[in-house]
Design a protein around this ligand. Structure first.
Ligand code: GUN
Length: 297
């Protein structure tokens, strides 16, 4: 068996096209959605992500406001900016790129974003919504993974999903989302016993741990669906190369479906951020959420 590739790049283009259509509908009502991105410091990878988020927003007709603050900025200064963005009528979504420097408490910052302008779903209020299976904001990467899963299978009911990694950004919301989809969910992490044995039982594997090529063919049940969230930079033949958390070559021979790195989950994360921005903009204007976007998952 050779796994079919779930083409995240193509699927993200489809999502972005639907977002563009939804933005045009809002434009007809005199509304332009706005997304503010905030980056602190100059971590190269984070800068690339945030630049791409702003660029993609503009391409679908979302107004992009980009704020870049010095590494040394104080928590109070960042809170002041977020407060301004909370009050700014042109802003429907606020994204503060993580990680933040040591002097800043991320929890304080994420909770200072008005829940109705949170487009990451990292705010405590929206984290509660997903936990309780209520309508809210689904974090961009888990939402991207769900859309990828849905692109190959409509119902995930009863499937055994194993998530590797328990981060607040991916692992925890992903587990909750798949539980809400009626999967049987197990999360394994750095302190888990028998990780390989547990992963081997999975119909769906979500690898989100940040360890290059961790998941080997011997961990994977024949026919499993494998979603690789990892974006790891490794040195390879004097160059840097992006690899996932899954040993793609090995696992492709066994899985039924697999996502590549790059070109898998990464583009979906950005497309889902744009979608979340349109959702928040619609809610702010007391409009129902665009059907064409809701139909994507
Ligand atoms: N850092 C890594 N992934 C993300 C993300 O999805 N959102 C934010 N805000 N920061 C991140």
């Amino acid at each position: 068996m050779t796994a079919k590739i779930i083409d995240g790049k193509a699927l993200a283009t489809k999502v972005r096209n639907e977002v563009s259509k939804a933005v045009l509908e809002l434009n007809k009502k005199g509304i332009t959605p706005g997304l503010a991105t905030v980056i602190v410091g100059n971590d190269a990878a984070s800068s690339i992500y945030v630049t791409n988020k702003g660029k993609s927003a503009k391409e679908v007709g979302i107004k992009s406001l980009q704020y870049s603050l010095a590494e040394s900025v104080s928590e109070n200064e960042l809170l002041k900016l977020i407060n301004e963005l909370n009050l700014n009528k042109d802003v429907d979504g606020i994204l503060v790129q993580l990680p933040l420097p040591k002097q800043i408490n991320s929890e304080v910052i994420l909770d200072s974003i008005k829940p109705s302008k949170d487009v990451d779903g990292f705010n405590i209020f929206n984290a509660g919504n997903i936990y309780l299976n209520r309508e809210g904001v689904i974090p961009c990467t888990p939402l991207g993974c769900l859309i990828m899963l849905r692109s190959i299978q409509k119902s995930l009911k009863g499937m055994n999903a194993v998530i590797i990694g328990r981060s607040n950004i991916v692992g925890k919301p992903m587990a909750q989302l798949l539980l809400n989809e009626d999967c049987t969910v197990t999360t394994v992490h750095s302190k888990s016993n028998n990780i390989q044995r547990i992963v081997k039982e999975a119909d769906i594997i979500i690898a989100a741990v940040g360890i290059p090529n961790l998941v080997k063919a011997s961990w994977v049940k024949k026919g499993a669906i494998v979603i690789d969230v990892g974006i790891n930079r490794i040195n390879y033949k004097d160059k840097t190369k992006l690899v996932g958390d899954v040993d793609f070559k090995e696992v492709q021979a066994l899985a039924s479906y697999i996502t590549p790195v790059p070109g898998g989950v990464g583009p979906m994360t950005i497309a889902c951020l744009l979608m979340n921005t349109v959702f928040q903009c619609s809610r702010k204007n007391n409009l129902s959420l665009p059907e064409n976007l809701k139909n994507l998952y």
